[in-house]
Ligand binder design. Structure first.
Ligand SMILES: Nc1nc2c(ncn2[C@@H]2O[C@H](COP(=O)(O)OP(=O)(O)OP(=O)(O)O)[C@@H](O)[C@H]2O)c(=O)[nH]1
Length: 400
């Protein structure tokens, strides 16, 4: 029988602006260096795929815009994965979710895709904006903080990013608090997501095997820890029975145990998967419990913990003035904590990618792959789109 090799799927999770695209670029480079072919699913909450401009043109990419893959377009995610497999036969698929996504729902979508084609979720990597997480941990816990906690709980591997902005003492405190949210995931303190990518190599993929090598790749297998019970614990939050869970994982001949790994992207082989380096499987029960806390039902009936996050996309119809734009950024209300876009400045031949995360602005010259829009996406919580529209009009168009 000529079975297709199972394509490992890596999910990059983490709150808005934490560093997922930064990590994605490192992952893509590493996959390329190893002679394998990656495909990417990118999800943006706004109407423009700004991050896509940072990805090399030869990488097949599916873009899911204007929604969050964990809810409004979760069906699209399974289809995107199927299409990428059919059209490009990748060795590896990397999904970068919006920062507003809950990984549990995405995990569910990937297992849905695995019913139809040979893909398997191998690892959930959550990138934590550590200074931001710590700042929010000191104030009354809002929904953003709780979403960050969920993203932390569902990870196999945690990159505690932006540690350049922390003192050694603060980092120690952050590690302690984050560890308490997920005692099992491998944890690495990083700057620009510069952590180990060994997990990409450890899982033998695309090499003609028929499914993950459980002995070698604990990330995919669950050679220890997950039994039916845990599977149900995890699946339970989405209304799975053991049977359903087995069905989900079983499309490629998985056992229940394996299903826990596939369904949850969790389940490490203690000694073999230095990949995630993790010696334990992230605790499904944690995720499920957490899901319950925050009103996660089945994907169809979920009340998502991130529906407070909103985006306003503004397309400029002509090149804009750089200084005025910087002034506009300075005027953004605190509720807008993330913005990004591709901008054409009046005195510059090349377009710029702009990034704004928690009051830090970054402008980067772009060599676009194609025609690019002149666009800015503003992301935050409970802000007035009208207010932003008016701020743009008064700052960008005034004669001062
Ligand atoms: N100071 C600091 N900035 C970082 C670090 N890592 C990433 N950044 C910056 O943070 C901003 C956001 O990084 P991205 O990789 O785009 O973050 P993201 O998670 O993909 O953002 P969204 O797609 O909007 O959720 C960029 O300006 C990065 O240069 C870090 O370790 N330290």
């Amino acid at each position: 029988m000529n079975l297709k090799p199972i394509v490992p799927v890596y999910l990059l999770s983490g709150f808005l602006g934490s560093g997922k695209t930064t990590l994605l670029n490192r992952v893509l480079e590493a996959v390329k260096q190893s002679g394998r072919k990656a495909a990417v699913v990118m999800n943006e909450i706004g109407e423009a795929n700004v991050d896509g401009e940072l990805i090399e043109t030869d990488v097949p990419m599916a873009e899911l815009l204007s929604g969050c893959i964990c809810c409004t377009i979760s069906g699209d995610l399974s289809i995107a994965v199927l299409d990428l497999c059919r059209e490009h036969s990748p060795d590896v698929i990397v999904i970068e979710s919006t920062g507003a996504a809950n990984p549990m729902e995405i995990i569910h979508s990937v297992t849905e895709a695995s019913l139809l084609t040979a893909v398997e979720l191998r690892l959930v990597v959550t990138v934590v904006d550590t200074p931001q997480f710590m700042e929010l941990s000191r104030t009354p816990k809002g929904r953003t903080f709780r979403l960050m906690e969920e993203q932390i709980r569902c990870a196999n591997l945690l990159f505690l990013n932006k540690t350049d902005k922390l003192t050694a003492f603060e980092l120690e405190e952050a590690e302690r608090i984050i560890r308490s949210r997920n005692p099992h995931a491998e944890l690495e303190a990083t700057v620009q997501c510069g952590g180990s990518l060994a997990w990409l190599d450890k899982c033998s993929v695309g090499g003609g095997g028929h499914g993950p090598d459980h002995a070698e790749c604990g990330a995919s297998g669950s050679s220890h820890g997950h039994g039916d019970e845990e599977c149900a614990a995890s699946g339970g939050s989405h209304g799975h029975s053991d049977e359903e869970c087995a069905a989900s994982g079983g499309s490629h001949g998985h056992s229940d145990e394996e299903c826990a790994a596939s369904g949850g992207g969790h389940g490490h082989s203690d000694d073999k998967c230095a990949a995630s380096g993790s010696s334990h499987a992230p605790d499904h029960a944690n995720c499920a419990a957490n899901a319950g806390d925050h009103e996660h039902g089945s994907p169809q009936h979920a009340h998502h913990s991130h529906d407070h996050v909103m985006a306003y996309t503004h397309f400029f119809d002509a090149p804009i003035d750089k200084e005025r734009f910087e002034r506009l950024i300075g005027l953004l209300p605190a509720e807008v904590y993330r913005a990004k876009g591709i901008l054409r400045f009046a005195d510059e031949a090349q377009p710029f990618l702009f990034q704004y995360a928690y009051r830090e602005l970054e402008l980067l010259k772009l060599r676009p792959r194609d025609q690019v829009p002149n666009v800015a996406v503003f992301i935050g919580e409970h802000f007035s789109k009208e207010h932003i529209r008016m701020a743009i009009a008064s700052t960008m168009l005034s004669n001062e």
